[in-house]
Design a protein around this ligand. Structure first.
Ligand code: ZN
Length: 425
């Protein structure tokens, strides 16, 4: 399916699609990287590698500008964050501090599946150039009238941080019918999204919720429209991510052929952030198998519950969320579904999501490391050679002081960062 998509991308979708996924302008320096352990398919192996024209090489080039002794460190690809909305311009100071935090934590591939397009314009020059964070943007989300996240939009409107013009056609695209989709689709493409974000919320109750004010902001697209959105997006060389709440949403998204599912069902529970019953949120084995067969990515976003203390007064709720996340992660893992790490935590990057996943003991540290540093960058930029340290891969990496396959918390022992063949300070 991928090669076909690429061909269609080149044939149909013109410059936007063809250029969006290119690697940033690399640094021109040639490096020798000595004395390190390199993560590869069979774990860490010792050796020397080179950086030539912003790509890794195993053969020594004719000229080496700098030879770096990596002090026996552990080299991994930079980490990813496949679901966060905090890379949007608010003020220069705030934007720079968010970017600095990502770089500090070694999280260099980021996906913003729902942003205000005009705020994205203001990020120009701060991301997606050589040596900067690589960020993919969905622009406005496709949802139903009164659907998630209209509540967020209205809150921002009342605070004065968004305007009326930022509503339908800006932060949101309200799609209630096929004619709505047909009419708005050209404008959606005009915004040059990197991925199309769609919203399903309890799609098993779509008819009941669509006109009931009790479900304002807790409804989403008519699931029968999703295949039409997917086929249009794929024809334009674009992938589709779906927001999901329930196992039924997960099923609808997989069957419709979306490329990425943006959450694991039950990540935030019901309208009151409770989990009276886990059952509506438990992914069915058949659906997980279908997702694996279709190579659908699933983004985790389960760590939000960490703010509830395991020993505190609300410990029963915490335990219920922990059990549900553990169950769903096991079902996905056992079926061989491709997982990517994402937090959906506006005030964080993906570091605490990884800590939470580690605490559930579904993945050993090496598997978790691979999800974070290999899978997640590839999930965000599937046509780039990212998340790898082999010949021809983009020369972006972190050097860790300690072996992270022993304890994932060691991923914070970063000694050195390179992005696109450029050393970062
Ligand atoms: Zn989100």
């Amino acid at each position: 399916m991928k090669p076909l998509l690429l061909v269609m991308c080149i044939a149909v979708a013109t410059v936007a699609c063809a250029t969006r996924q290119l690697a940033p302008e690399p640094g021109s320096g040639t490096y020798e990287l000595r004395n390190a352990h390199w993560l590869g398919p069979s774990g860490f192996t010792q050796g020397t590698r080179y950086v030539v024209n912003g790509r890794f090489a195993t053969a020594r080039p004719a000229r080496v500008d700098s030879s770096l002794d990596l002090s026996g460190g552990w080299v991994v690809s930079p980490f990813g964050e496949a679901h966060n909305h905090n890379l949007g311009y608010t003020s220069a100071t705030r934007t720079d501090s968010v970017i600095a935090r990502y770089l500090h934590d070694g999280v260099m591939y980021v996906q913003n599946p729902g942003d205000l397009p005009r705020s994205r314009d203001s990020l120009n020059g701060r991301v997606n150039r050589g040596g900067q964070l690589s960020v993919a943007f969905a622009n406005g989300l496709l949802t139903a009238t009164g659907g998630h996240p209209t509540g967020l939009y209205l809150r921002n409107l009342s605070r004065g941080t968004m305007t009326k013009a930022d509503g339908d056609g800006g932060f949101l695209w309200l799609i209630d019918s096929l004619p709505d989709l047909e009419r708005k689709w050209p404008r959606i493409l005009d915004g040059h999204p990197d991925i199309i974000k769609t919203v399903l919320v309890h799609s098993e109750e779509y008819a009941r919720r669509r006109n009931d004010t009790a479900f304002f902001n807790w409804r989403g697209l008519n699931p029968s429209l999703l295949p039409a959105i997917v086929s249009r997006a794929h024809a334009a060389g674009l992938r589709v991510m779906s927001h999901v709440e329930t196992a039924a949403d997960f099923h609808a998204a997989v069957v419709a052929g979306v490329d990425v599912i943006g959450h694991i069902p039950g990540f935030r529970g019901d309208e009151n952030v409770q989990l009276p019953s886990a059952e509506p949120y438990q992914i069915l084995r058949e659906d997980a198998q279908l997702a694996a067969e279709r190579h659908t990515w699933v983004v985790t976003t389960v760590g939000g519950i960490q703010t509830v203390d395991r020993q505190g007064p609300d410990s029963a709720r915490r335990r219920a969320f922990d059990l549900l996340a553990t169950h769903n992660l096991r079902v996905l893992k056992n079926a061989g579904v491709r997982l990517a790490i994402g937090s959906d935590e506006y005030r964080d990057d993906s570091v605490n999501e990884v800590r939470y996943l580690a605490s559930l003991n579904v993945f050993d540290p090496l598997s978790l490391l691979r999800l974070w540093s290999e899978n997640t960058p590839r999930a965000i930029f599937p046509s780039r050679r990212v998340g790898c340290l082999e010949d021809g891969c983009e020369a972006s990496f972190l050097v860790l002081r300690m072996d992270p396959s022993v304890d994932i918390a060691r991923t914070d022992s970063i000694l050195l960062r390179m992005k696109d063949g450029r050393l970062l300070r």
